[in-house]
Write a protein that binds this ligand. Sequence first.
Ligand code: SF4
Length: 473
Amino acid sequence: MADEFPFEISPMFEGERVRKDGMYVELAGPKSKGFELVKAVGMDEIEDGKFTLIGPDLSEMEEGSRHPIAMIYRVAGELVEPDLEAIVERRNHDFQNYIQGVMHLNQRYDIWIRVSKDAVKKGLNSFEQVAKATMMLFKNELPFIEKIETTYITDLAEAEKELEAAMESYKIRDERTRNLHDEDVDVFYGCTLCQSFAPTNVCVVTPDRISLCGAINWFDGRAAAKVDPEGPQFAIEKGEVIDAVGGEYSGVNDLAKSLSNGEYDRIKIHSFFEFPHTSCGCFEVVGFYIPEVDGIGWVDRDFTATAPNGLPFSTMAGQTGGGKQIVGFLGIGINYFRSPKFIEADGGWERVVWMPKNLKDKVLVDIPEDIVDKIATEEDVTDLESLKAFLIGKDHPILERWVEEEEEEEEEAEEAIEDIAAAAPGMMQMPAQAMMAGAVAPMAMAGGSGGGVKVILKNAKVSIDRIIIKKSE
Ligand code: SF4
């Protein structure tokens, strides 16, 4: 059947990248509009294999041009139910990447597709070919789909109109987990779909943490595991609670160890710093630690400028992805901002210091009222200095951490000086307090007659096991 297509179809093309130079057309992406949507319908509501195109076809598009694209699939089958829509929809990413010369990135309203010049040269000249190949893969790989039809839209006005309806569908899906929490269930769901490019990544989907791609919530995981228990989504028995705040469970740890090939053996689902959830590369948002203010910033794919740490999303995404536990970076789905357990182990919203305006607006109603004006955006700050000033000006709760840290540092410095004094009592010629203040202090060596040494302690952490002081002959 695959012979009817002018391209090869295989999972081996999944990692294929279509760079700007080799691109014939770009569809959707950050500079245009698009989405993918799957709807479950009744068996008699669709015609199996039917393809409809609204707007110009590939053959009518100029080389190097950019266009919107909406891909709406309707699926039916005895086992097909609305709970499966998100799971089926997520596979559009895989299946389109199986097509040689087609690159599909992201999901839902974030999709970004490129068709290569080589593929067009070989005869790929209609979206019908892509749609038919994708529908074939849906039916082959997900046998519970008995019938499928699809509509692709490349007309901007029509795509925008349908996008509104699609956003409503995504919202309804996401709302379903609002009143269900991690402690209410005994089973979470795992997903290893992205191990094809991030071999140690294991996504853990709980009622309070949507998948980092933002496409799979707890109900979706449950529906997928039910219909295909051997598939990429599966049940995880929670087991014993090890850390209720951080979200650590013995069942999750056991599974993480085996599915990551021992790369890590603990996951804290709601922790940014300690045994954080891994990130494959499909995250909607990257969280990044800003040590200068001890806070966390978040940046999404749509933000093309640099964050206050001087880095763009793409650079931080490179640091975050790959399926490892990276302390200091974390990939999440946008809906996780709405979770009452959002990075609970690290202070939740009180730890958030910066977000792009557009992202902040998207989750505005979910940000606690007392913090919302204290989170800076690119309209308020441009770099770390202005971020610091903003946080001080707004009396952000992060300031309490700075005070605690200063106190800790002072205590540590005091202890260090006491240790020095205990190790060499004659050495101390001046009060410890004066040294701690960071003064440049000449310190005469015990029994010495001139010169001495200069000791400068500025926010220092000093750890000394042993000091030997000898009188110079
Ligand atoms: S990001 Fe995670 S949940 Fe989403 S498809 Fe990949 S492995 Fe599955």
